[in-house]
Write a protein that binds this ligand. Sequence first.
Ligand code: SF4
Length: 292
Amino acid sequence: MINYNEPLFRPPSEAYSLILQVSLGCAWNKCAFCEMYSSKQFRLRPEEEIFAEIESLAHHSDQIRKVFLADGNAVVLSFDKLSRILDKLKATFPKLNRVSAYALPRDIEAKTDEELQILADKGLKLLYVGIESGDNELLDRINKGEDYKSTNLALQKARQAGIKLSVMILNGLGGQHYSQQHAINSAKLVNEIQPEFLSTLVLSYPHGEEHFKQKFKGEFLPLNTIELIAEMRVFIETLELDNTVFRSDHASNYLILRGNLNRDKQELLNRINGVLNDPANAKLRPEWMRGL
Ligand code: SF4
């Protein structure tokens, strides 16, 4: 029996995974656009509580194939603790084939190459990283606490260890002032990383636009729907990927895009150009459906 500490978040692709809270909240909790864990004080959960929850599900051992470690950056746990949790999961759920978690680049960087390799061997197969942007100026303005280089180095390190990466970019994050540089530098960073999965979400304002503007360092002029899609065109045009599953189908997106990059790049650009050339007749997700 698991008593979740709410709010609880997981990536859409973890809908059928066991969600295990090994930490609560986000250790950083300072990004200007993010209110996911603003109601929670970050803390690590005691190992005995985590183990008790795992044991309480032992009777489902045959069904559990995927586990997602929550909350916001579970990879912040020490190598030793993560290692023991992965061992416990494998011993309890013999059919387990994937453990995943959200991670910040600095959490990855804090582990040695060898430690990451051991964690991967013990089942940590996929990390979700909210890169948000590859533009250093914008990353500073939204207080991400990471830059192009730190993100690139950490994610390359994870890949070297054999851990797959699912990265996220926030469409519209820099508003009108930073749209171009955000799109281009984000694509350049993603090109260096060559992640297995890439998704884009549209910037939203859970506590209102004014609240976001107060946290944004500088002037923020939001993009309208067509400008958001134009930013996506620059981003996709600049992407040079070998084999990345691309999804822009989160509830926040106005234009649903899915494909494999670069294979489907021209097809995606054709769809975007169709909208930009004839916005009045474009089939976009209506505003009232965003977030559903
Ligand atoms: S690191 Fe992630 S979870 Fe934490 S505040 Fe930033 S976006 Fe939110």
